[in-house]
Design a protein. Sequence first.
Length: 141
Amino acid sequence: MKMSTTALVICTILFLSIKSYSQELPCKSYYAKAEGGSCKEKYLEDDSGKKNGKFIVYEINGDIEVKGQYSHGARQGAWSYKGYSKYLEAQPGAKSGLAAAYDIPDNVYCWYERDVEVARSEKPISSYEEAVTIAKAKGKN
């Protein structure tokens, strides 16, 4: 009897883990109805309302524009930006022409540690160590 109770507990824990891992991200903002009303941003929030976990921004046509990860409100790890300049321009308080002024290209990949950009590349960055190597090669320590 003890064995079956333990097995039941383990199965329940595994089921709940898989269910929470595969949880669909909720849409947090939408494009205007005139633009089709499709989902613009999907992400989860922690208990204090900060973005936490997977973060996705969609173009009007449904293609992924920005994809990354938040850790309690701070960008963390690998991020990809299909339309990086458009994304920057859309941020609250952004000045028009900001991306052009800093010569920021589209289709760029970044690595962040606690919301600080470690490296930027034309190719995906798969680890912190790779980001540090890229940063050193570009003279950014």
